[in-house]
Design a protein around this ligand. Structure first.
Ligand SMILES: Nc1ncnc2c1ncn2[C@@H]1O[C@H](COP(=O)(O)OP(=O)(O)OP(=O)(O)O)[C@@H](O)[C@H]1O
Ligand SMILES: [Mg+2]
Length: 235
């Protein structure tokens, strides 16, 4: 990768403790280049969700620097970090966090309702056309008017992808959204996610404890080996 390729994410000397003097994360350096699809693996409790919370500006570290999409998170207020997250990042949660009383279409539209810049970046002439285009791509076009609770788990995952990628955010992060799936469905979910993220040109950071997912990504990193808290432990 060329040195001139911009970084999407960079961490330097980042320390995060939930309780004083007992850091969960102590990361000397982590760099993720723009446009890459990266897998970060680590066992349960190793700090994957904590790391994503730092990158998305939900948590702030006690020490160190975090740059996301060219922004130094230390220089942003909490509300500026919220705007950065909403406008520039798609977040796929482990339990999807879809809004149960809204339809599929309304769930997919949410980022564009709250963030004008997401809406401005849509490719189609109107938001509803864009939702239809993405839903067709993810094979959920017949479910757009259905309430979330009528969907299968696999369909809910595809709604979560649609909501994360609408308005082409430059960064998509995903927190283990595959753990409830069998192997075949997990592989097809990952193929679809990595394909649609490649189509929008976004950077993808996907975290999981499941090392067998490595094959779906351009680059894999072990959280245990970049976390100095685990010095001497190798995974
Ligand atoms: N809000 C919190 N307050 C205190 N400790 C926390 C909090 N959130 C997480 N932790 C602790 O931080 C460590 C890392 O947790 P985290 O949720 O980041 O791990 P994880 O790698 O995402 O695990 P999993 O694979 O089970 O989702 C764990 O020891 C956990 O108990
Ligand atoms: Mg987690």
């Amino acid at each position: 990768m060329s040195n001139r390729t911009p970084l999407s994410i960079s961490l330097k000397g980042v320390v995060l403790s939930y309780t004083k003097g007992n850091p969960v994360l102590d990361i000397d350096s982590l760099e993720i280049f723009a446009g890459r699809r990266v897998f970060l693996y680590g066992p349960s409790g190793s700090g994957k969700t904590t790391l994503l919370s730092l990158i998305s500006g939900i948590l702030s570290p006690q020490e160190g620097e975090i740059h996301v999409l060219g922004h130094d998170l230390r220089r942003l207020s909490a509300s500026e970090r919220d705007i950065l997250r909403g406008c520039e990042m798609g977040y796929i949660f482990q339990s999807f966090n879809l809004i149960p009383y809204l339809s599929v279409e309304e769930n997919i539209a949410l980022p564009c309702m709250f963030h004008a810049s997401r809406r401005r970046r849509i490719r189609a002439d109107s938001l509803s056309e864009e939702i239809r285009r993405i839903a067709k791509r993810l094979d959920i076009q017949d479910k757009l008017n259905a309430p979330i609770y009528e969907l299968s788990t696999g369909q809910q995952q595809r709604v979560a992808i649609a909501r994360a990628i609408i308005g082409s955010p430059p960064l998509v992060v995903a927190d283990e959204p595959t753990s409830s799936l069998d192997n075949d469905r997990r592989d097809s979910f990952l193929d679809l996610l990595t394909e649609v993220v490649a189509e929008t040109g976004s950077t993808l950071l996907f975290v999981s404890h499941d090392l067998t997912l490595t094959k779906h990504f351009e680059q894999s990193l072990s959280l245990t080996s970049i976390n100095r808290r685990n010095a001497g432990t190798f995974l």
